[in-house]
Design a protein around this ligand. Structure first.
Ligand code: HEM
Length: 167
């Protein structure tokens, strides 16, 4: 996308907060307000990145989106923001879960169907073997070190944690 790597931790945190309300059945007020605050913070974050990329475009998705907006007046600032928020969140939780589910030898992935088919599917198909192979290079012969798998929620199929031992 073109967001600086140094902002990774901050964005991962905001992304987790934003999806918390989707992942919580009947979310209580504090969860809703936490998600709302995080969304507002992420929107502000993208506004400031757009400003930077408008004055100094780079070879990245945000610069392209900003240029498209200026040339053809096709994307409003709000549309730009929601596109970036969706891509950022869409690529975060899924990819994190992909690694632990992949370790469980879960071979099945679904990317949806029709006009909303996952735009990140080609990236996810590349990332999956890369992440698992890198992990296996560092931690050879992993074995699942628990009898109890705790899934985070029903919305995103992801494990709370996956203890692994290796030899
Ligand atoms: C294992 C990885 C992934 C899985 C299982 C997955 C799954 C899905 C599914 C099922 C949908 C369709 C949702 C619907 O029908 O409403 C979707 C949409 C989407 N995904 Fe993914 N995804 C993955 C990775 C990614 C990545 C890496 C990105 C971004 C780089 C991404 C960005 C998006 C976006 C932006 C949409 C919305 C598309 C639209 O509404 O037109 N996804 N994804």
């Amino acid at each position: 996308m073109g967001v600086p790597v140094s902002d990774h931790e901050k964005l991962k945190h905001l992304s987790g907060k934003i999806i918390e309300f989707m992942a919580t059945p009947k979310p209580p007020l504090d969860v809703l307000l936490g998600s709302q605050d995080a969304l507002l913070a992420m929107q502000d974050y993208f506004r400031s990145i757009f400003k930077l990329r408008r004055s100094d475009p780079r070879d990245d998705l945000i610069s392209i989106l900003v240029t498209v907006e200026e040339a053809g007046d096709r994307l409003t600032e709000e549309e730009l923001i929601s596109t970036c928020v969706t891509v950022l969140i869409g690529g975060h939780e899924t990819t994190t879960n992909l690694i632990s589910s992949g370790m469980l030898a879960n071979r099945h992935l679904s990317f949806g169907y029709g006009p909303h088919f996952c735009v990140g599917a080609p990236l996810a198909r590349l990332e999956a073997p890369m992440a698992i192979n890198a992990l296996l290079r560092c931690l050879p012969h992993p074995e699942i070190a628990t009898d109890e798998l705790i899934w985070k929620n029903e919305m995103f199929r992801g494990l709370e944690r996956l203890p692994v031992s290796f030899g």
